[in-house]
Design a protein around this ligand. Sequence first.
Ligand SMILES: Cc1cc2nc3c(=O)[nH]c(=O)nc-3n(C[C@H](O)[C@H](O)[C@H](O)COP(=O)(O)OP(=O)(O)OC[C@H]3O[C@@H](n4cnc5c(N)ncnc54)[C@H](O)[C@@H]3O)c2cc1C
Length: 338
Amino acid sequence: MAKDVFDIVIIGAGPAGLFAQFYAGLRELKTALIESTARVGGQITALYPEKTILDLAAFIGIPGRDLVAKLDQQAQLVNGNTFLNSEVTDIKKTASEFSVEINHHAAIQAKSVIIATGHGSFSPRKIDVPGASEAQQAGLLAYTLPDLSQTKNQQFAVVGGGNTAIDYALELVNHGKQVHLIHRRDNFRALESSMTKLENSDLTTFVTPKKISGLTKQAGKLLIQLQDMHDDSVNTLLVDQLIAGYGFTASFETIDHWQDKPQQYQQGFLTDTAQMTTTPGLFAVGDAASHLGKSDLIISAFGEVPIAVNQAVRYFDPDRGGPQHSTAINTKEIFKHG
Ligand SMILES: Cc1cc2nc3c(=O)[nH]c(=O)nc-3n(C[C@H](O)[C@H](O)[C@H](O)COP(=O)(O)OP(=O)(O)OC[C@H]3O[C@@H](n4cnc5c(N)ncnc54)[C@H](O)[C@@H]3O)c2cc1C
């Protein structure tokens, strides 16, 4: 990771963090967007990508995944650095800067920080069966997709019945991989068009209604014991890798260990009208920001972002002035591809 000092480090790439990166780009700020998971979109990506969001100004309903795609596309118009699989494990304030620790080792320096962590870091729901931790250590069980360019002629199993599992299975099929989709029920709770694609693909085998009862390493592969949900009969399946797609849970545990953690209020950090927390230079937006009357809605996050970014500039560069209206911005100068 670069040793430069960023103008703003944005923690969390949910809707608030993604929009913050774009807006900060409009102000030509040097930003790093740090996200603990492998994917952007926060709660929308993790919990409800297929739901139609109805309460956003100007959209007569937009599916969650389409909103995330648009936010991501917009953030990529400007210069900004994005680091996925990177959890902020500590924040320390020095005399003039913030030191933001990533994954317990590397630290980056910033003049200001915007916390957009929602209700905490997402971590995958784990499989709790005999042999699971040994299989994970051996690289035969994973909770996110592997680098698919490195996998040739491999057989995968995906377990789970919701969006996460279906997204993983579809991604594998789209890369030409054989997928055994294991679920304890015959029905899946996922986007219909994704299910249709999987059902129409020769690469998918549905293994239902079955639950995994054990995992065993066998000559570099993984032997999955499967128990039938109707008659309890057991059979096995041998694959190169099992990907568990049980979804994610959010936790404040990591944030609770930050050294310069600002004062908390309800489920977030107490913010003033400048979106500043109780630590000067440390701002919060979206679900991570809390004050009397706050609504945890995407539209509220979008409104808080310009306030936080503009006040961050005022914090580290009081003479700079601004902001200007976006109509006065020369996109040829600011957008990466004019
Ligand atoms: C089922 C459901 C339906 C909803 N429907 C609607 C709706 O219709 N309309 C609406 O307006 N709102 C809706 N919401 C609420 C909306 O999703 C949230 O208000 C919104 O996601 C908040 O965005 P955010 O960017 O602040 O946080 P999040 O979306 O929570 O994103 C936070 C990101 O920060 C990351 N992160 C956390 N801690 C760290 C760390 N230490 N280091 C690095 N990264 C970290 C997380 O992994 C996550 O990606 C719904 C919520 C749920 C659960």
